[in-house]
Design a protein around this ligand. Structure first.
Ligand SMILES: C[S@@+](CC[C@H](N)C(=O)[O-])C[C@H]1O[C@@H](n2cnc3c(N)ncnc32)[C@H](O)[C@@H]1O
Length: 280
């Protein structure tokens, strides 16, 4: 396991993922009923952008750095931007929240969050970061796909599974499909959000089709962003989020969110963005 998210925290991919995660949770918490969230690949939960690893790549400057400098952000991004600002003094940028923190910020008395992280050092840091949070359970050195098997369906019946693998392994897409297939059998009404990298855009259609072929995947929505023309397929040219059973409000907000982020995060004139229902 070589991947450490601290090198990439706050980059364009995090901005797309976390902005959509925030909106999704806004809508899932509109009803009073208890919510369960499982974050299968949690990372450490909070990142120091002045730390050695983040400084080495400075990827955040082309992501959250650009967004915080934008003058007028649309309504769809306002909550996420305010959350990041709340962690930092004025215009200075040091702390960037990971997906666990963004979920925790949404939790009400009745809600529960479970985090799984496989990397021993990151898992330990994650556990320290959330040690005082009664509603947050950290599964250290736990495989996120195994956590899906063990914990779904949750007693709360409502909620979300966020699947955000590092895609270091060649068969990561296969693992995601298998995990979704098993999870949907047991919990067909949950909201599932999967982040995926886009190197060669032609391979993404195949992933979408494989999700569509899952028997219980009746409502599937995808958000894709290319930050540059994908001339070199070894590079991370963009990323996407696929939702199964997205809250209605998310699909209403996503087009405006993406329309704003495409030019903002673009690294050349070939940047493209698309939101689409994959099901009818
Ligand atoms: C992209 S990062 C997660 C970032 C985090 N979701 C966020 O948005 O703040 C992927 C994380 O998954 C962890 N990981 C890799 N394979 C895993 C697995 N099978 N189960 C759980 N965690 C895993 C890595 O150590 C890494 O911290």
């Amino acid at each position: 396991m070589n991947y450490r998210h601290s090198y990439h925290a706050g980059n364009f991919a995090d901005v797309l993922k976390h902005a959509l995660q925030w909106v999704c949770l806004d809508y899932l918490t509109q009803k009073d009923k208890p919510m369960f969230v499982l974050d299968t690949h949690a990372g450490i939960g909070m990142y120091d952008l002045t730390g050695e690893q983040a400084q080495k790549t400075a990827e955040w400057e082309q992501g959250i750095g650009r967004l915080l400098q934008a003058s007028q952000v649309p309504e769809a991004l306002a909550g996420y931007v305010a959350a990041v600002r709340s962690l930092n003094d004025g215009d200075s940028m040091r702390w960037y929240p990971g997906s666990p923190w963004l979920t925790q910020a949404h939790l009400r008395e009745q809600d529960q969050l479970t985090l799984s992280e496989l990397h021993p050092l990151d898992a330990m840091e994650l556990a320290v970061n959330f040690r005082r949070q009664r509603q947050v359970k950290v599964l250290q050195q736990e495989n996120g796909y195994a956590a899906m098997k063990a914990l779904l369906p949750p007693p709360q019946k409502r909620g979300m599974v966020l699947i955000d693998p590092p895609f270091e392994q060649r068969d990561e897409f296969d693992q995601v499909i298998n995990a979704l297939q098993a999870a949907l059998k047991r919990w067909s009404t949950g909201t599932y959000a999967v982040w995926y990298p886009i190197k060669d855009p032609l391979t993404i259609g195949e992933f979408h089709q494989r999700v569509l072929a899952l028997p219980q995947a009746d409502k599937v929505y995808a958000v894709d962003l290319l930050i540059r023309e994908p001339l070199d397929n070894t590079k991370l040219n963009g990323c996407g989020m696929l939702f199964i059973n997205p809250p209605y409000g998310l699909t209403q907000q996503a087009p405006a969110l993406l329309e704003f982020l495409r030019p903002l995060l673009a690294q050349d004139r070939g940047a493209q963005a698309q939101t689409q229902w994959l099901t009818d």
